[in-house]
Design a protein around this ligand. Structure first.
Ligand code: ASP
Length: 341
């Protein structure tokens, strides 16, 4: 049986073309994209596609787009062996994180890719990324099971766990990285899968799409010199249920009384605060007084979670209509490999 794959084209640089007058890149349709990758026909796969109408620059991605992608996968789950999502790079890590939570019991590959140069350009990275993504989505192990049974980002030389990845470069072809988790595969002459890093589910329950996502979340960046007025203004944002607090180093914050009491007042209102470090690598831990104080008053330590996964996990948990206590509990748990607990 030929592998059956579904491509979901959302937009992004991979399918863009340059406006003749303004020289600005604009999303273009899927037919244009496929015309530029004739080599896809050399793959002996049955491929169908769905496209966003209109395709978008991923800077415009929002919850309703994630729901559209997740619904497309859920509606077609039984008909296809794997899914390739073509997406702009700017918010790819957020989409990958969101989908990983929304597609509960995923047992098939969802490979997200895009490119830094449009597919029509001579030096494009899009052709190779698309072909490799399709090959990974079709790959099976010796027992006939999909090699990848999770949401992953394929970009240039690496496959990364979706909810562990971050866009690290605006112009390098290797644009993504998991700073706190090993690669799922290395792409060279061959595709070398990293079995120890991939998930290997032992049960096979049906896919359970959970499409509810709540946008009542926000992030606050600490910086030296932040004033009480600025901090309190943000903490008092109306309707907010969850805050990702981006702290220094190993989760450290200011220790001043005004700071701790502003955070405590917010927690007392039932708002959940998750402590995530501004450092690209490493983990939040109560190594210094500052991080210890936050944990003591009830801020949840985000450990080694990425900012993208932290934010979308909160959207997801509140979207399930959970109580603050249950949200807190799940933030301390790995739902799909997004954090080391
Ligand atoms: N702005 C583009 C996008 O995210 C960038 C890209 O695709 O690389 O859609």
């Amino acid at each position: 049986m030929k592998p059956r794959l579904l491509i979901i084209y959302t937009g992004g640089t991979i399918g863009m073309i340059e406006d003749a007058e303004t020289k600005v890149l604009k999303p273009f349709d899927f037919t244009h994209l496929m015309e530029n990758v004739p080599k896809v026909k050399m793959l002996d796969y049955e491929i169908e596609n769905i496209q966003f109408d209109p395709p978008i620059d991923s800077s415009d991605m929002n919850i309703s787009h994630w729901q559209e992608i997740a619904r497309a996968i859920a509606d077609n789950y039984d008909r296809f062996d794997g899914f390739v999502v073509l997406h702009g790079t700017d918010t790819m890590a957020y989409t990958a994180s969101a989908l990983s939570f929304m597609l509960e019991n995923l047992r098939k590959p969802v490979i997200i890719t895009g490119s830094q140069l449009p597919i029509g350009e001579v030096r494009t990275d899009g052709e190779e990324n698309l072909i490799t993504a399709l090959q990974i989505a079709a790959a099976r192990n010796q027992h006939g099971k999909p090699m990848v049974q999770e949401v992953a980002i394929l970009f240039e030389n690496y496959l990364w766990r979706g909810n562990r990845s971050t866009k690290r470069s605006a112009d390098n072809f290797n644009a993504f990285k998991s700073n706190n988790y090993p690669q799922l595969a290395k792409i060279g002459l061959d595709i070398q899968f990293n079995n120890d890093a991939l998930v290997h589910p032992v049960t096979d329950p049906p896919l359970n799409p959970r499409l509810g996502m709540d946008d009542a979340v926000m992030s606050i960046d600490l910086f030296p010199g932040i004033s009480e007025a600025v901090l309190r203004h943000q903490l008092n944002t109306p309707g907010i249920k969850g805050i990702v607090l981006r702290t220094f180093g190993a989760g450290n914050s200011l220790t001043a009384d005004w700071f701790i009491s502003a955070i405590k007042d917010t927690l007392d209102r039932g708002v959940i605060i998750l402590n995530v470090t501004q450092c690209p690598t490493g983990s939040v831990r109560s190594r210094y007084l500052a991080a210890g104080l936050l944990a003591e008053i009830g801020v949840v330590p985000g450990r080694d979670i990425t900012f993208e996964a932290a934010l979308t996990k909160m959207m997801f948990l509140f979207g399930m209509g959970l109580s603050p206590a249950a949200v807190r509990n799940y933030l301390n748990t790995a739902l799909c490999g997004e954090v080391t607990v």
